[in-house]
Design a protein around this ligand. Structure first.
Ligand code: ATP
Ligand code: SF4
Ligand code: MG
Length: 322
């Protein structure tokens, strides 16, 4: 079986008045059908940019985009999304094959438009369905996320945060896509509602054999659902590992630091902070981008040569220590 999604050396740079921002800088990974990958890393490491590159929703100031994004589909066969036009992506891929729950999207629901109109709009406008068909699909999707069809007639301001997030998830699954990219799907919610939404996502994953790319700052949350973990640092993927292996034995020094910064309720431990800031993506550090913050940096090596991804046991890691 081919993987559902395979990225090879994917790049996406923005152009700004201060220079070119190398937000996604040579990312490769595979994701299988029914698999959830959590993408973690500090703010500004390029997680959302990578998501927008996959689904090709890019701003005007893109300076460069490159690499290959293979998507396997029973109907379409194996296609390189990078070779498809905007129009083809919009017609054949978005919503139907790959959908996205955007960062802060529940707050992006228009408060003065009924849920009904917001749910059917993409179906009618982009996919050319009739209003009746669109309504039927919306009702069914709401049911799958544990809401009743009454919600269709409500305005977002009448719904709780958790209900709004369910609506947004219903929209993401309504065309039965194979892959959903979720960008911080629960970060605006209280912990109980977060847990409910995570349970819903688990349920939907099993029911529809969905694959997820779950972008999150919250490593504990990632551990709830992820089959594998990808760690991004300054536009690069630095580690990719099965979740159990990652939590037990993170290999990249940055991954180790990230995990050491997670508080636990059960055991007492000193929380470590990662010194320094995420580097500029306009003039990233030479060699390994983590070298200015890495306690193990090898002088003359890490600051000069860029480490490539290597298979170490079940993980892949880009670090000169291996
Ligand atoms: P967060 O966790 O805060 O959401 P992120 O990992 O999703 O962060 P991105 O939003 O992808 O990070 O940003 C990666 C880099 O690209 C940052 O340096 C950011 O400032 C820059 N960036 C993002 N969007 C644009 C844009 N439209 N134009 C120029 N630079 C951008
Ligand atoms: Fe640290 Fe060097 Fe590994 Fe980078 S390559 S993480 S600087 S040891
Ligand atoms: Mg983001």
């Amino acid at each position: 079986m081919p993987p559902l999604l395979e990225l090879r050396n994917v790049k996406m740079y923005y152009s700004t008045s201060r220079g070119v921002v190398r937000a996604v800088d040579g990312i490769s990974f595979r994701l299988n059908k029914g698999e959830a990958m959590a993408l973690v890393g500090e703010s500004g490491s390029g997680k959302s940019s990578l998501a927008f590159t996959i689904i090709r929703l890019l701003p005007r100031n893109v300076a460069e985009i490159g690499g290959e994004i293979f998507f396997y589909d029973d109907e379409l066969g194996t296609i390189d999304l990078m070779k498809m036009s905007e129009e083809e992506i919009r017609r054949k891929i978005r919503w139907k094959k790959i959908s996205m729950v955007f960062q802060a999207s529940m707050n992006a629901l228009n408060p003065v438009l009924r849920v009904r109109d917001q749910m059917i709009e993409p179906l009618v406008l982009h996919l050319g369905l009739s209003e009746d068909e669109a309504l039927k699909i919306s009702e069914e999707a709401l049911r799958s996320v544990g809401l009743t069809k009454d919600v269709l007639m409500r305005y977002p301001f009448e719904l709780s945060g958790g209900m709004k997030q369910r609506v947004v998830i219903a929209m993401a699954i309504m065309m039965k896509p194979k892959l959903i990219i979720l960008d911080e799907p629960t970060s605006a919610l209280d912990v109980i509602t977060q847990a409910n939404i995570m349970n819903l996502l688990k349920e939907l994953k099993t029911k529809y054999n969905l694959s997820y790319i779950l972008i999150t700052h919250d490593i504990a949350l990632a551990s709830e659902i992820a089959d594998k973990i990808g760690v991004m640092y300054a536009g690069k993927l630095v580690e990719l590992a099965p979740a159990d292996v990652f939590f037990y034995k993170p290999k990249h020094p940055y991954s180790q630091k990230l995990l050491a910064a997670v508080p636990t309720l059960r055991e007492e431990k000193t929380i470590e902070y990662i010194p320094g800031d995420v580097p500029s993506l306009i003039t990233p550090p030479s060699g390994c981008r983590f070298h200015p913050r890495c306690p193990y940096a090898i002088k003359g090596k890490c600051d000069k040569e860029e480490p490539v991804m290597k298979h170490i046991e079940e993980s892949e890691v880009a670090c000169w220590l291996y």
